[in-house]
Ligand binder design. Structure first.
Ligand code: PAF
Length: 282
């Protein structure tokens, strides 16, 4: 079932809650792939009712980014979401979410939103926290599901939930990869054949970093250069960042002592891809 208005969704959820049903939310920007479907399946296993939001959120795109061209296909999404265990696909218009005069944003301040993707996308996380906060207010889920692929986003949202005392459990699900290791992303569709082939280096480079860490290397500088050197083997790879931070605080570290996030953002042609590994002792 597709619902496009906040009031209709609220009425539906009110009726569900009256029957003591628990509610899981899977926020997405649509063009669903296996990664999203794994979140929906997980939400379905842990909740009575699953709401999948499908909204390309304009406020999280920078002025020269791909908001206009971001792939969209609601009919296909609705079929996939329902087959994976979604009960409702919430597909609001931009004016439903941001009515005229809308001027309120939710922002997590500090390094957590300034490092990694925050450095090259300075307004991105403010858009994400604003829209996710809206979705939390509309749906009031018991649990909400996010992919580890966007690990910084997950860390920022965990902080938002904690700082604003929201009674919602965030569940972070593992990265889903193509057979050759490329992390699934709606943006993979932008890659041409050669870029697609070379993009597999991201997972390979992170695997090398992880292998060195598990063999005893804990110096961040060394691990970063192992990962970056591997990525540079591909001529089309243009590195935005390769870095390692404590996870989930995203504070700077010189040595990995607890658990850390090794994260990369690399452009292949016009397409910027991200990938990561959580490094922790096994
Ligand atoms: O991860 C995404 O697809 C988006 O950032 C999210 C969480 C749906 C907010 O628009």
């Amino acid at each position: 079932m597709i619902i496009t208005t906040i009031s209709e969704l609220r009425n539906y959820l009110k009726a569900q809650r009256a029957k003591n049903k628990t509610v899981g939310l899977v926020p997405t920007m649509g063009f669903l792939h296996e990664g999203h479907l794994s979140l929906i399946r997980c939400a379905n296993a842990e909740n009575d009712v699953v709401v999948v939001s499908d909204f390309v959120n304009p406020t999280q795109f920078g002025p020269n980014e791909d908001y206009e061209t971001y792939p969209r296909d609601i009919e296909r999404d609705a079929k996939l979401a329902v087959a994976a265990g979604g009960d409702v696909v919430f597909y609001p218009s931009v004016t439903e979410m941001y009515p005229e005069g809308s001027a309120t944003f939710v922002e997590v301040e500090g390094n957590i939103t300034r490092v990694l993707c925050g450095a090259s996308r300075p307004t991105h996380f403010k858009g994400v926290t604003t829209v996710v906060n809206m979705l939390f207010n509309i749906v009031k889920p018991d649990k909400a599901y996010f992919g580890q692929k966007d690990a910084q986003q997950a860390a920022v949202l965990m902080k938002m939930v904690r700082d604003t005392h929201q009674n919602i459990e965030l569940v972070v699900c593992p990265i889903v990869r193509e057979e050759d290791g490329l992390a699934m992303s709606s943006r993979n569709t932008y890659l041409n054949d050669e870029e697609r082939k070379q993009a597999t280096i991201l997972n390979q480079a992170l695997a090398e970093g992880e292998k060195a860490f598990l063999a005893g290397e804990t110096a961040v500088e060394k691990l970063v250069s192992i990962i970056a050197d591997k990525i540079k083997e591909m001529p089309l790879a243009e590195i935005d960042y390769v870095d390692i931070y404590d996870f989930p605080s995203l504070t700077e570290i010189k040595k990995i002592e607890r658990q850390a996030l090794a994260a990369v953002a690399v452009k292949f042609g016009k397409t910027r891809l991200i990938d990561n590994r959580i490094l922790r002792e096994e």
